[in-house]
Design a protein around this ligand. Structure first.
Ligand code: UD1
Ligand code: CA
Length: 459
């Protein structure tokens, strides 16, 4: 039986270089706080407990991350990574192994971390290290003549010879919790920074005869931390590149993989085509053969097979059926569902409405709080007046209705099946099924009327 895994996420640092009032770990990468990415990794590894050490920004971190699977421990003053671990130790059990992660290192793969956990479960200390061309600032891995790890020396405490070492500490390590507890109590702060260094436990492990096993990430960016907005932007691009790569591997056509932003989860069927500069937020599902034009934003949307969304369309919290045509320049707002073969054209806004099969709203209209039947045709410039200044009311438009252009439907109002509304109508009462209803001032012609002409100024 393997001992259970407990994960400690260090997230107390201030992040001065972010130049922000928001705690560093709450800054977002792909629409999710940095810490959220690390918490997801912890859950994916099947941690029995995940403990977050927070400090700077006070309760903002636990509040933003509220999750009943997380334990939060306050490190009121930051006296180093060893001190941070010490605050959390009372929460951890003796029969577990502890994996230490960092709230500002968001992109580590679970496949990079698993070997460390396995090493710890086998009684070793698993340490993630990486060779960097520019190792400045990092703790260096000091090995003996046989290549065995002896200790870590922090940059500020290192000799010139040690600073020449390119293998650095990522900070990520795993070991049995009972050892960690013992070693943390032995840490001293007699070093260049006057801090309790977690890294000093490596020498203690060696002293106690443990094997230090080093593993390495497949990619350097897996262990990069965020200390500035520039580094955040850099990791965002790397992460988006990875997402784009996965979509391409799954068969999605991306007109330019460098111009795609997924801030959530995007799942695609077969033969999906996505043009440039689209943003996908929350949970977005695109069915087979869906096409998304340039510059669209889709947030929490399900789009069924064969639908085409043309350029500059924004869809928010909606369900889009099969074989629809949306855009260009459509806006679909929350609570909307479109059935099959629905057409929504340019400068059309739809909110909290259900539109049934084959209906068309092609130009310059507002449809809000509406239930629309099948094969309805809405003329250009139609407005549902759903708000009386105090309350919202529904409009019901039954099957096969034809609404002429520039019509206002003052809700609550119902247009019966097969009815026609004449262009320019302001409908304030229900329109009977099958009939033509219109409200229109009688047209008149003034015979012989003359247009005024400009008078010549005298003098
Ligand atoms: C640490 C390592 C160094 C490694 C580097 C990798 C130590 C002593 N050094 O150095 O070997 O190469 O990370 O980036 O561990 N934190 C707390 N509480 C504290 C101090 C830090 O929660 O009291 C958190 C920070 O928020 C941060 C992480 O621990 O997420 C690392 O702290 P930082 O001060 O950046 O450590 P480094 O000096 O970079
Ligand atoms: Ca750091």
């Amino acid at each position: 039986m393997h001992s259970k895994l407990e994960i400690l996420i260090l997230a107390a640092g201030k992040g001065t270089r972010m130049r922000s009032d928001l705690p560093k770990v709450l800054h977002k990468l792909a629409g999710k706080p940095l810490l959220g990415h690390v918490v997801d990794t912890a859950h994916a590894l099947g941690a029995a407990q995940t403990c977050v050490v927070y400090g700077f920004g006070g309760e903002a971190v636990p509040q933003a991350m509220a999750d009943d699977k997380l334990t939060f421990v306050l490190q009121a003053e930051q006296h180093g990574t060893g001190h941070a671990v010490k605050q959390a130790l009372p929460q951890l059990s003796d029969d577990s192994v502890t994996l230490v992660l960092y709230g500002d290192v968001p992109l580590t793969h679970t496949r990079t971390l698993r070997p460390l956990v396995t090493a710890a479960q086998a009684g070793k200390l698993g340490l993630l290290t990486v060779k960097l061309a520019q190792p400045d600032g990092y703790g260096r891995i000091v090995r003996d003549a046989d290549g065995r790890v002896r200790r870590i020396v922090e940059h500020k405490d290192a000799t010139p010879a040690e600073r020449a070492i390119h293998e650095v500490n990522t900070g990520i390590l795993a070991v049995e919790t009972r050892h960690l507890r013992r070693w943390i109590d032995e840490l001293k702060n007699d070093n260049a920074q006057g801090e309790y260094y977690l890294t000093d436990i490596i020498a203690l492990a060696v002293r106690d005869g443990l094997t230090v096993e080093t593993d390495h990430p497949a990619f350097e960016w897996e262990v990069l931390g965020v200390n500035s907005k520039a580094q955040l932007a850099e990791l965002e691009r790397i992460h988006q590149g990875e997402i784009a790569r996965a979509l391409l591997d799954a068969g999605v056509t991306l007109m330019d993989p460098a111009r795609l932003d997924v801030r959530g989860t995007l799942t695609c069927g077969r033969d999906v085509v996505i043009d440039v500069n689209c943003v996908f937020e929350g949970l977005v599902e695109l069915g087979d053969s869906v096409q998304v034009g340039a510059n669209c934003v889709l947030r929490n949307v399900k789009v069924a097979a064969g639908t085409r969304i043309d350029a500059f369309t924004l869809v928010d919290d909606a369900v889009i059926g099969e074989a629809n045509r949306l855009g260009p320049f459509s806006r679909i707002r929350p609570g909307t569902s479109l059935a099959r073969d629905v057409h929504v054209g340019n400068f059309v806004e739809i909110k909290n409405s259900q539109i049934d099969d084959g209906s068309k709203i092609n130009h310059l209209s507002y449809v809000g709080d509406t239930t629309m039947g099948k094969r309805v045709n809405i003329g250009a410039g139609t407005i549902t007046c759903n708000y009386d200044g105090a309350n919202k009311h529904r409009t019901v438009i039954e099957d096969d209705v034809f609404v002429g252009s520039d019509t206002q439907l003052v809700a609550p109002v119902t247009v019966g099946q097969g009815a026609t509304l004449g262009a320019g109508t302001t409908l304030t009462r229900d329109a009977p099924a099958g009939e033509l209803t219109l409200s229109r001032a009688k047209q008149l012609t003034v015979n012989g009327w003359k247009r005024p002409v400009k008078q010549k100024k005298e003098g």
